[in-house]
Design a protein around this ligand. Sequence first.
Ligand code: BG6
Length: 511
Amino acid sequence: MTQSQSADVDQRIVRPPATALVIFGASGDLTSRKLIPALCNLAEDQYLPEHFIVIGSSRSKLSDEDFRAKVLEGVKKHSRRPISPAVWEAFARNLHYQPLDGEKPEDFEALKQRLEALTAPHGVRFNYVYYLAMAPQFFGPIASNLKEVGLIEDYSKEARQTSVVVEKPFGHDLESARELNRVIRQSLAEEQIYRIDHYLGKETVQNILVFRFANGIFEPLWNRKYVDHIQISVCEDIGIGTRAAYFDQNGILRDIVQNHVLQMLALLCIEPPISLSDADSIRDEKAKVLRSIKRMTPEEVRENTVRAQYVAGTVDSETVAGYREEKGVAESSSTDSYVGLKLEIDNWRWSGVPIYIRAGKRLPKRITEITIFFNKAPDSLFKGRNIGELEHNVLSIQVQPKEGMSLRISSKPPGPRMRVRPVEMDFTYDSSFGVASPEAYERLLLDVMKGDATLFTRNDEIEESWDLLAPIFEAWSGPNPPPLYEYKAGTWGPPEADQLLAPMKHTWRKL
Ligand code: BG6
C-alpha cells in the first residue's frame, strides 16, 4: 500500500461520539509525557470527537491557564512530532483544570457542575471517560465518589457511556488484584472498566494478529511440531530514574513481565479467535493461554527463574550507579532489576516448547523483540561438507525501537562451493509504510472513546497472570530463596541467565 492510499483509509476513520475526558492525577508525569501529547497527535490527525473536552484534575491548585502552560511544555518535549500552533490553540480551548481531592465527596459535586457547565453549550449528550493516572489505592474512593454524585451511570446500552481507564499496576499480587477488582466493581460494571497495558497499543504488537491470521503460510507452522522455542526480550538501557519508590516495591517481574510480556506472549500463542470485532473473542483466547501456562513448583522456580540486580557499570559510554546506590533504594534491597524465565504453555498446540523470557533495566540498549525459532532442517544432505550444523529459521518481531520483522533463512552464497549461510529477509515499518507509527496511547485513548475494549486487559487475564507468577514470588521471598545475582550495568544480564537455556542447548539471541 502506498502512503497516500494508507492516508485515504485513515481518513475514513469514524470519529468517536462526544466525549468529556477527566484525567485524575493530571499534575503527574504520565499526563504531560504521554496522555496530552497523544491527544494532541489525535487532534493533528482529526481523529478526536467533534465535541470534546478534557478536564485535568489533581490536588494541586492550578488554573486552566497554568495547566495548559504546564502540559504544553510536555507536548513540546514528548510529542512524537511537532504539533501545529493552530491545532494546539483549538485543542487548548477545550482543556480545563479542576482541583480535586479524590477522597472529598464535595469536590466531586464541584466536578459534576464543571462538567455540566462545559458540556451544556454543545447541545449534545457527552460520554464520560475517567482516566485514573494515579496509585491504585485511589481507584476505589474515586470510583465510589463518582458514582455517589451520579457521574457514573449504571451500565446499559442506552445509558450515557461511562468508562474508567485504570493504569498499572493492577495489584501487587493475586490477592491485592482481586481486592482491587472487588472494590472498583462496587461502582462499575466490567464493561465500564478499561485496564490499560500500553504494549497492546503498540503497532507491532497489534500486528501479531494480522501477521498470524492474515497470512496463510505461517499459521500451519505455529505449533509444537515446527517451533523449537520462543524468546521474548524486553531490554531497557535506562535505570529506575526517579521511580525508586514505585520500582523498589515491585521489581521487573511485576513491572514488565506480569503485564507487557505476558500479554505479548498470550497474543502470540492464542488460538484463532472467532471474531476480531468483539472485545471478548480475543480476550477469551488470551485468558486460555495464560491459564495454560504451567505453574511452577518451588523446585522448578530454582531451575527456571533467574533474578538479578545491576551493579555500577557503563551504559552508552556513561558511568552509572548500581541499583542499590540509586536514590530512594534501600542498601539491602533485594528487588529484581533483571529477570530471566523459562515457561511452558501446557496445551495441545504448545506443550514442550520452551518459552524464554528476559527483561531488565540497565542493559546495553533499548530493544523489545519476540523471536520464534523453528526446528532445524535435518543436515543429512550436507553431511561431510564442512558447513557445520544447519541453523534455525528464525522469525523475529521487533516491537521497538526499529519496528519491523525479519526471517532468517539459510542460503547458498555465490561461488563454486556448496556452502550454507544465514540471510535475513526483513521489513521495517519505516521503509514499507513510509509513515511514523502512532504512539500506543493514541490508539488506546481513541479506542476507549469509541467503547472498544479489545486492546484492554480483562480481569480474568490479570488474575491468571498474577496466579502464574505467584509461586515465583513465593519462592523468592520464602525462607530459602534462590540467589539474587549481580550483573554489571551495560551488560546483557547475569551469566547465570544463560543456564536457563543451556539444558536444551539454546542460547539467548544476540540483540
Ligand atoms: C512501563 C514500566 O510500564 O513500561 C517502565 O513501568 C518501563 O518501567 C516502560 O520503562 C517501558 O515502556 P516502553 O513503551 O518504553 O517500552
